[in-house]
Design a protein around this ligand. Structure first.
Ligand code: ES4
Ligand code: ZN
Length: 330
């Protein structure tokens, strides 16, 4: 339909994308074979069949297992390059991608290998296509704050070489039981380094975790944030400050945060004047990239063209780029 064409051609920014979550089963098998990593599946079909999640943790178990096939700088390049091709096809002009170095350093992969492969793909895409891409290094919240601090310290020597792409830190993985306050010190250190700050909050965790991310970690965006609706005062605060929420509709559906996309609160929050954006989160696992998320959401929630434009506008408003650059894009 024409609404789908309209979405296809809308320029967008993607602000919530885990690069390890863009690992398609085909590449997972290729890399497993090349790197001699054994997978608990016999075929691409078997992997896809396993993508039937009950909650965040059941997904994370598979996601970390899959990421084990990534070993060399070229592997991280290939992964990022493949994502960028999908982003270009969806008229994504800018991505601020998440990566999880601890998933790789725990397996003996050097953090410099991870940075180098991802950054080479982003820089090549900028040169070849004018595509803009930056990196947000995430700490795994199921691990200790000491481990997060060690990760930030390990990345410190890379700061100058990657000043053009590494712009911030984030917080992801198992939310419930790992509140933002657990990471107060490492976020204070990152803030002092001049890095941007974001955190997953209010995906499965309560509104108190969103308050904690804002007040204690001092984040500039909330990743997910869909449980904010349970707290009227918090909703008012998010609206009045235009605090961006990077919402991931198909992720919420696949991880049973909502049981039907028609029940998703994205449209209500948008209509209440919150700065909500649409993102793909882990597109290889959750059923699609940006335009698939936009189309499924528009259809389920009866979004108008004006609302779709507002969502795209919000994605640039919420991006960590200059106002001049935003004007060029939107
Ligand atoms: C994630 Cl959907 C989601 N939530 C929390 N952590 C994650 N890491 C990758 N995807
Ligand atoms: Zn996420």
């Amino acid at each position: 339909t024409s609404l789908h064409d309209f979405i296809q051609h809308l320029p967008k920014a993607e602000l919530h994308l885990h690069i390890e979550g863009s690992l398609e089963p085909e590449m997972m098998f290729e890399l497993a074979k090349k790197n001699q990593v054994s997978l608990p599946y016999a075929s691409v079909e078997e992997v896809r069949a396993a993508y039937d999640f009950a909650d965040l943790q059941s997904f994370l178990d598979l996601y970390y297992a899959g990421a084990a096939v990534l070993q060399t700088e070229q592997d991280f390049f290939d992964l990022t390059h493949a994502y960028i091709q999908r982003a270009l096809a969806d008229q994504v002009r800018h991505v601020e991608l998440f990566f999880d170095p601890q998933t790789h350093t725990a397996r003996g992969i050097a953090i410099a290998t991870v940075f180098a492969g991802i950054a080479r793909a982003l820089r090549e895409a900028k040169a070849q296509h004018g595509f803009s891409g930056t990196m947000i290094m995430c700490f795994l919240r199921h691990l200790s704050e000491e481990d997060a601090i060690a990760t930030l310290e390990a990345a410190l020597p890379l700061r100058d070489a990657y000043a053009d792409v590494w712009i911030g830190v984030g917080l992801d993985s198992a939310e419930v039981g790992n509140p933002p306050e657990k990471f107060t010190h490492v976020f204070t250190l990152a803030q002092a380094m001049g890095l941007h700050l974001v955190a997953h909050a209010g995906e499965e965790g309560p509104p108190a975790y969103i308050h904690g991310a804002l007040d204690v970690l001092q984040v500039e965006r909330i990743d997910h944030g869909v449980r904010a609706e349970e707290d009227a005062a918090l909703m008012q605060r998010l609206q009045q400050t235009r605090m961006p929420l990077t919402v991931c509709p198909l992720s919420n559906l696949k991880l049973c945060v909502v049981k039907d996309l028609r029940e998703h609160n994205l449209a209500r929050m948008l209509r209440d004047g919150l700065c909500v954006t649409i993102n793909s989160d882990d597109p290889a696992y959750f059923g699609g990239y940006m335009n698939t998320n936009f189309i499924a959401t528009a259809d389920a929630l009866d979004l108008s063209k004006a609302e779709l434009v507002q969502l795209a506008r919000n994605s640039f408003e919420a991006a960590f780029v200059s106002d001049e650059q935003k004007q060029v894009w939107f």
